[in-house]
Design a protein around this ligand. Structure first.
Ligand code: HEM
Ligand SMILES: *[C@@H]1O[C@H](CO)[C@@H](O)[C@H](O)[C@H]1NC(C)=O
Ligand SMILES: *[C@@H]1O[C@H](CO)[C@@H](O)[C@H](O)[C@H]1NC(C)=O
Ligand SMILES: *[C@@H]1O[C@H](CO)[C@@H](O)[C@H](O)[C@H]1NC(C)=O
Length: 324
């Protein structure tokens, strides 16, 4: 398009406008992502990722949760561009020490291992951002959740933003209104926000993220808070873990049933079912697992398409932890 010689300025302007407006109107900038991006250049890419994720999840079920979370924390910070994977160095500060990531992001080694296998098969072809997006989907599938058709063709950033990581990723103390604005800033509706929060159907959280809830909140089941307090004292034990729902290694709708019994682990979880506008969505996902599965898959696809680098933007990193 950029090199076309305009035979008619009007046609060119109209074409340019439609290229710019179409993605804007449909709320996405993923026009250049496709399901078949690696079909010729690296036909085994998706199967290499899938079998590596499967084996990592077999070794440790929680790894599936950790890989899903990496994708979320990547996409909410200036798009799904693998910015979260860049390690800090003497002259570079990335996102890994941002409050939501510091000492809590896991699974970078699994991503590195997948990337190393891909570099052996097809050097310089598959982006780290695509590895993260596909691994998140494969993780959910490995733990019994729904699948979605991840589009690929993302490229990797050469930058990262500590400040955007601190401001864009929602925190466990957030109120419903803070959660809504955090998700609406990324283009998500309330319903999509509740669906995506169902990611907490798997995995664990550290005491430091739910301590104030189990000692100070009122909208919590008494037996539930008591049992959590045993392993999360008022002081100390910051890194002690608790499950985010009653079945942390199965991707299911138990998270929403837990919310209905005031057994949300994080303050932010329970905010989704505390008498506000999202109560009805929680009720619907709790009684209808297939509605949750379908909405989660659609919302994940939408999240994975946030602001990718495509074409000649960014690069294909050789090593996910550093720029080339
Ligand atoms: C709604 C706002 C959200 C908040 C406030 C939030 C917050 C948190 C916190 C505090 C933890 C525990 C971290 C730690 O112990 O260091 C956590 C874990 C996790 N989050 Fe979220 N999160 C949110 C949304 C999401 C979304 C949208 C997803 C994915 C779709 C997600 C996936 C996960 C997973 C899978 C874990 C467990 C990770 C593991 O076990 O390693 N979260 N989240
Ligand atoms: C950081 O320093 C190294 C070695 O001194 C240099 O090669 C690299 O380009 C620098 N990186 C940035 C982002 O400035
Ligand atoms: C990250 O966590 C470590 C260990 O808890 C702490 O010492 C350090 O200050 C934290 N860094 C930031 C930037 O918060
Ligand atoms: C949540 O709020 C409590 C009390 O206001 C505070 O002590 C705690 O550090 C906060 N936790 C996080 C993860 O921000």
């Amino acid at each position: 398009m950029r090199t076309a010689i305009p035979s008619s300025v009007h046609i060119n302007v109209a074409f340019t406008l439609s290229c710019l407006l179409f993605p804007l109107l449909f709320g996405m900038s993923s026009a250049q992502l496709s399901a078949t991006f690696y079909s010729k250049s690296c036909p085994n890419a998706l199967s290499i990722i899938k079998s590596a994720v499967k084996s990592a999840v077999q070794t440790e079920a929680r790894m599936g949760a950790s890989l899903l979370r990496i994708h979320f924390h990547d996409c909410f910070v200036n798009g799904c561009d693998a910015s979260i994977l860049l390690d800090d160095t003497a002259n570079f500060t990335g996102e890994q020490t941002a409050r939501p990531n510091n000492k809590s992001i896991r699974g970078l080694n699994v991503i590195d291992n997948i990337k190393a296998q891909l570099e052996k098969s097809c050097p310089g072809i598959v982006s780290c951002a695509d590895v993260v997006a596909v691994a998140a989907r494969d993780s959910v599938v490995a733990l019994g959740g729904p699948s979605w058709n991840v589009l690929v063709g993302r490229r990797d950033s050469t930058t990262a933003s500590l400040s955007a990581a601190n401001s864009n990723i929602p925190g466990p103390n957030f109120t419903l209104s803070q959660l809504k604005s955090s998700f609406s800033n990324q283009g998500f509706s309330e319903r999509e926000m509740v669906a995506l929060s169902g990611g907490h159907s798997i995995g664990k959280a550290r005491c430091t993220t739910f301590r104030s809830r189990i000692y100070n909140d009122n909208n919590i089941n008494a037996a539930f808070s008591k049992s959590l307090q045993a392993n999360c004292p008022q002081s100390g034990g910051d890194n002690n873990l608790a499950s985010l729902d009653t079945s942390p290694t199965s991707f299911d709708n138990a998270y929403f049933k837990d919310l209905q019994s005031q057994k949300g682990l994080l303050h932010s979880d329970q905010e989704l079912f505390n008498g506000g506008s999202t109560n009805s969505v929680v009720n619907s996902y709790s009684s209808n697992p297939s509605t949750f599965s379908a909405d989660f898959a659609n919302a994940m696809l939408k999240m994975s398409n946030l602001n990718p680098l495509t074409g000649t933007s960014g690069q294909i990193r050789k090593n996910c932890g550093k720029t080339n």
